[in-house]
Ligand binder design. Structure first.
Ligand SMILES: [Zn+2]
Length: 417
């Protein structure tokens, strides 16, 4: 890793300020200098990349992805009955596809093999496997056990509360070394019809698990649809809440009361994918399920608008990794922030970069183009601050740089893929 000068670029620095013409000097893994206009003549040991007026943005952050589920735009592996060895290979494959989609960071929404995810994180960081920075996750916990994709969601109604089980789970995950612990506070209708609106845990189980996570220094991620679950997640000190389709004004107030500590992943991508492609895969295929999902779509459109109006921190990331919603389509979520939630393209880019850096726990060094920040950068043909859909076409991603390493270079300079 040496020095790279990117000149003749339009910079969108992630702060929310308008684009400006300028240059970026990378030294090793970090941005050494950001400037306006033309750079002073570069010293001989600097590799020069002429952006040709393309837009340079901070590397994108996906706030809710499942690299271990294994499906990408290049292959549709089904998640069921897989060995940890296969999961490890799929993680490496998915990491490469995600990085090639312009996402230099990802927040795991739940793992089918935490140890494999940790190994992938370490390999991506070391740079000998191409992949994004990764905040790893535990298994996804339901009351019945860790979640495989065929797990039933037994719900809390007919079940005795077992707070000690939640505590044991958190301790086991902490011992493995994950970064975050995921609880499914509601079910998943795609796998257990109607369960999106069913509480899966007794409140005291979540409160006990959350306390154990705090003690272990792990952050908490919640899968929530109902107002009750959202309120419980806020009350228990969860850092990230996903979905929130059925949030009401009281639960939105609760989120707003902790908006400087929490993040929301409204995940519009999975709702659209369930509607458009789910039935081909046997997902949400029956008429009542179609109806439920159509309502979930309408609900999240309203919630997304409220998130924006209230200034809550939301990060794009639509539950990518399922065969009908594969890794590689992740930029679709940015388009849906604009089309469904009323974000401007620039606001959406801020959500996916600066706020994404904060979600990764590294807002002081990640998610913006600033002196001293990590050199995670994407060069985009055209102006994504006026047309966000440009990011969905990988051919518009002219260069992708992570940690100062060029993962994809403009074709003329010889591409790394
Ligand atoms: Zn998910």
């Amino acid at each position: 890793m040496g020095k790279i000068l990117i000149k003749n670029a339009m910079l969108f620095d992630g702060s929310g300020a308008p684009r400006f013409g300028g240059f970026v000097l990378i030294d090793g893994a970090r941005i050494a200098m950001v400037g306006r206009g033309a750079p002073v003549p570069a010293p001989a040991d600097v590799e020069v990349l002429d952006a040709g007026g393309a837009t340079l943005i901070p590397g994108l952050v996906d706030g809710h992805t499942h690299l271990g589920f294994g499906a990408t735009i290049h292959q549709m592996a089904k998640p069921a009955e897989r060995t940890d060895a296969e999961t490890a290979l799929l993680l490496a494959h998915c990491g490469r596809v995600l990085l090639g989609s312009g996402f230099t960071s990802a927040y795991s929404g739940g793992s089918t093999s935490p140890l494999a995810e940790i190994a992938a994180r370490n390999a991506f960081d070391a740079g000998w496997v191409a992949g994004p920075r990764l905040r790893t996750s535990s298994f996804e916990r339901t009351p019945g056990g860790a979640m495989g994709l065929t797990t039933r969601f037994p719900g809390s109604a007919a079940r005795a509360s077992a707070p000690a089980d939640a505590v044991d789970f958190v301790k086991e995950m902490a011992a493995l070394g994950v970064d975050s612990v995921k609880f499914l506070l509601n079910g998943v209708s795609a796998f257990d019809p109607g369960s999106n609106l069913r509480d899966q845990f007794h409140d005291e189980e979540i409160l006990a698990g959350a306390a154990a996570a705090r003690e272990a220094g792990l952050s908490l991620t919640a899968h929530c649809y109902t107002p009750h679950s959202i309120q419980l997640a806020v009350r228990s000190g969860f850092r990230v809440v996903y979905h929130c389709n059925y949030a009401d004004s009281a639960s939105l107030d609760a989120l707003e009361s902790r908006k400087s500590e929490m993040f929301i992943g409204p995940a519009p991508g999975i709702v659209e994918a369930d509607l458009l492609r789910g039935p081909k895969f046997g997902i949400m295929a029956s008429p009542p399920q179609r109806e439920e999902q159509a309502e979930a779509a309408e609900r999240i459109k309203n919630v997304g608008k409220e998130i924006r109006r209230r200034g809550l921190r939301a990060v794009p990331g639509g539950d990518y990794g399922f065969p009908w919603n594969p890794v590689g389509r992740n930029a679709r979520d940015l388009t849906l922030f604009v089309e469904w939630f009323g974000y401007t393209p620039a606001e959406t880019l801020v959500a996916a970069t600066r706020i994404g850096g904060e979600l990764m726990g590294r807002g002081h060094e990640l998610g913006q183009i600033r002196d001293g920040y990590l050199a995670d950068l994407v060069l985009v043909r055209g102006d994504p601050t006026s047309d966000i859909t440009l990011l969905e076409d990988h051919q518009n991603l002219l260069a992708i740089i992570k940690d100062g390493r060029v993962h994809k270079a403009p074709a003329a300079a010889g591409a790394a893929g």
